[in-house]
Design a protein around this ligand. Structure first.
Ligand code: KPL
Length: 301
């Protein structure tokens, strides 16, 4: 089934970074009746077709081309963390003081890089939806999850609530989280515990659980992350090792995003995952020798 182009562009969502997660949200938002435009690395002149596979079969969505002169009212950023500054530079002149931005990506540290944009209306989101893109025009919704939206600046709480309301029409589970910083840290912690290890052992997430050496390393990573996270948030987190093992088991056949990047010989997100953790550790005066070593090993590859 092919969905018709949506003509109502008053509340158009522009998706900056139409990778697996960007395309998944693009398809769901357009299916829910919102106008969506995709902004890729190269300008596209014709319509773009994406086939989305879900439990209910396949549906093709047709996206109208993005007009580079059209101001952007709603922007969902799903580019990789290290691509954020360059990707924003390309659309900067289309942003206004009213533009609402949702930042949804792995890793942390890019929110700070958004501080000099014309708009202050920035909310953050994190998702456990599973998606992969076997071809440029095909997205597989591999596992249903949840998406959490919140703001790091309480003045924009109403914007987070609005995003949740609009996105709930997609049928995806989208909830507001007043403790979004905690949730971002938790995601970062899981990524620190799983992603670099899958690169070091060149294995899917679940295989870490059958490898005594990898498990020992995961436990050390988790101990250090708990100290930094606890100090950054002013709380005493525990149980990270158990959580990381549970996520590895739940996503056992996944090739982590970092291992996928390594296999494609692309830049990894290590600077915004382990690198961000270590920046915070230094700021807080906490030693993290195990994560330091891992950062060096991943960067040396
Ligand atoms: O977020 C992930 C990633 O690969 O980046 C995990 C949770 C490890 C799932 O693969």
């Amino acid at each position: 089934m092919t969905a018709a182009l949506n003509k109502d562009t008053r509340n158009t969502w522009h998706i900056l970074g139409p990778g697996a997660i960007g395309c998944l949200f693009a398809c769901h938002l357009q299916q829910a009746g919102l106008a969506v435009r995709l902004i890729g690395r190269r300008p596209e002149h014709g319509v773009r077709r994406i086939r989305l596979n879900t439990d209910n079969g396949e549906q093709e969505q047709v996206f109208a081309p993005d007009h580079p002169a059209q101001p952007i009212t709603h922007l969902l950023i799903t580019v990789k963390a290290h691509q954020t500054t360059a990707a924003l530079q390309a659309v900067r002149q289309r942003l206004t003081a009213q533009t609402l931005i949702v930042l949804m990506q792995n890793g942390m540290g890019t929110w700070q890089a958004l501080q000099d944009l014309p708009t202050r209306r920035i909310v953050v989101a994190t998702t456990t939806e599973g998606a992969h893109r076997p071809a440029a025009d095909r997205v597989i919704h591999a596992g249903r999850g949840e998406t959490w939206v919140g703001t790091l600046d309480p003045r924009y709480q109403a914007d987070a609530a609005r995003v949740c309301r609009d996105w709930s029409a997609t049928g995806l589970v989208v909830e507001e989280d007043p403790e979004i910083l905690h949730r971002l840290w938790q995601k970062l912690a899981i990524n620190c515990a799983i992603n670099p290890l899958t690169v070091l052992y060149d294995c899917p997430n679940g295989a870490l659980l059958n490898n005594t050496e990898a498990l020992e390393l995961m436990q050390q990573v988790c101990r250090e992350v708990e100290q930094v996270m606890g100090s950054a948030l002013g709380e005493k987190p525990s149980g990270l090792f158990e959580l990381a093992k549970a996520v590895s088991a739940k996503t056992s056949s996944n090739i982590s995003s970092m291992l996928q990047d390594v296999r494609k010989q692309q830049q990894t997100e290590i600077d915004h995952i382990t690198g961000y953790l270590l920046d915070q550790a230094r700021r807080l005066g906490i030693a993290c020798p195990c994560n330091e070593r891992i950062l060096k090993q991943i960067k040396a590859r």
